[in-house]
Design a protein around this ligand. Structure first.
Ligand SMILES: Nc1ncnc2c1ncn2[C@@H]1O[C@H](COP(=O)(O)OP(=O)(O)OP(=O)(O)O)[C@@H](O)[C@H]1O
Ligand SMILES: [Mg+2]
Length: 97
């Protein structure tokens, strides 16, 4: 949910957010891609730090830290790449139960 809300926040009005899922050999992969301005490579580890946020009008910056913790506790991982839609793409890999 946080990754989808971030993608919507990042995408200009009228743009699209794509949610995809696919089975992988050990589990599943969820892909959340947006049409925002993307995340430069040097910021890709910093956005997961608690309280790193670009919102100046409300407190924030915990979503990705919590998302990563939940994913890693389940044995998975989150990766950021350049999306095919022109913005950021988050890939969540989860092992099967
Ligand atoms: N899809 C994205 N495109 C561009 N920047 C992003 C994207 N997702 C996250 N970010 C950047 O990473 C920051 C941290 O995201 P995070 O979800 O941790 O916190 P937040 O959305 O600012 O606040 P909240 O605690 O409400 O989730 C965002 O403020 C934004 O600067
Ligand atoms: Mg967020």
């Amino acid at each position: 949910m946080n990754l989808a809300l971030n993608a919507i926040d990042a995408t200009p009005a009228g743009g699209a957010v794509a949610l995809r899922g696919r089975a992988t050999a050990p589990g599943v992969e969820l892909i959340i891609a947006d049409q925002g301005s993307g995340i430069p490579p040097d910021l890709r580890s910093r956005v997961f730090e608690p309280f790193f946020t670009s919102h100046s009008n409300r407190p924030g910056g915990l979503g990705l830290a919590i998302s990563r913790r939940i994913t890693e506790e389940a044995g998975g991982s989150i990766q950021i790449t350049d999306g095919a839609e022109g913005g950021a793409e988050f890939r969540v890999r989860l092992p099967s139960l």
